[in-house]
Write a protein that binds this ligand. Structure first.
Ligand code: HXC
Length: 274
């Protein structure tokens, strides 16, 4: 599917900002990550996106490549982030075909709504495995390549649920807390070798699979209760997340390391009215 550039990128960035850079993106055919990928590719990067579904991943790669003539975007399907070997093969192939890996987006995630007593051990473990083990596997597989880049950057797509805890999201909250922790450890261990490791924590982003799963169709109506509770007065957009990613990967973000960049219109800070 094609989108106008304004859907995924603000008109403030310089053309060619990421010329010669290569991005490796898990969850790359998802609603948020595919727009992050478009933004990077539009600004000059080549990219490799990995996903579980072969057809969807191939199609997403083609759609993303279409944003810039000459862009190279590889789609690697049948890649489950829970499988370290899948990821190693994907990262090695990306580096071989595109010449290295400069930027990583660890975006693959699992989510569904369930109360704690409705979660089987396996249900809890499935989300922990996708989010936490998947992030660890992504770091392990890409680090050898990333460490050769002059501008090594990693961004993890997390959430804000774990700042407070959230009903029906105990599994995701626990998983995202761990993702934030992995981000900090990478910043400390590999900062001295030039790696910047940061989380982006999206709030309620309209039109995303996550929002469909959490907010359903009610969230789409103007003036809905969810929007009224967001201090900035609107839902987030995929462009908000893509712009934050461009900032962190650009030279402007070069001293930002070990940080969680919350992009949620201050929603998580809101106290209930008394
Ligand atoms: C309770 C559930 C459940 C539900 C699945 N399970 N859905 N339990 N309520 N609604 C249980 C199953 O019964 C099973 O446990 C276990 O979870 C694993 O389910 P499977 O379907 O076998 O696993 P799998 O095929 O690996 O799928 C993983 C998944 C699925 C997480 C369950 O939803 C998935 O693939 N999701 C990936 C895509 C996704 O979620 N995208 C949204 C990301 S958005 P038993 O005991 O029966 O074996 C996002 C938003 C973050 O993360 C925050 C944004 C602000």
């Amino acid at each position: 599917m094609s989108y106008p550039e304004s859907h995924y990128l603000s008109p403030v960035w310089r053309d060619g900002l990421f010329n010669g850079k290569v991005a490796f993106i898990t969850g790359g055919n998802g609603t948020i990550c595919s727009m992050q990928a478009r933004a990077l590719v539009r600004l000059g990067a080549n990219a490799c996106i990995v996903g579980r579904n072969v057809e969807k991943t191939d199609k997403a790669a083609k759609d993303i490549a279409a944003v810039r003539p000459g862009a190279k975007v590889i789609g690697i399907g049948a890649c489950d982030v829970r499988n370290a070997e899948h990821l190693k093969n994907a990262a090695d192939r990306c580096a071989k075909e595109l010449g290295g890996i400069d930027f990583v987006i660890a975006g693959a995630a699992g989510n569904f709504i369930a109360p704690m007593d409705g979660l089987s051990t396996n249900a809890f473990k499935s989300v922990m495995d996708i989010d936490v083990l998947g992030t660890f596997n992504t770091i392990k597989a890409t680090l050898p390549h990333v460490l050769r880049s002059p501008t090594p950057r990693i961004v993890y797509v997390s959430a804000t649920f774990h700042y407070t805890g959230l009903v029906m999201q105990s599994h995701v909250s626990a998983a995202k807390a761990s993702v934030d922790s992995l981000m900090a450890s990478v910043a400390l261990e590999y900062g001295p070798r030039g790696v910047n490791s940061n989380v982006i924590a999206p709030g309620a982003i309209e039109g995303t699979e996550g929002m469909e799963r959490l907010g359903g169709s009610a969230a789409k109506k103007p003036g809905n209760a969810l929007v009224r509770e967001i201090p900035s007065g609107r839902m987030g957009t995929v462009r908000d997340i893509a712009d934050a990613t461009v900032y962190l990967f650009s030279e402007a973000g070069s001293y930002v390391n070990g940080h969680s960049l919350v992009v949620d219109g201050a929603a998580w800070r809101r106290q209930p009215a008394f």
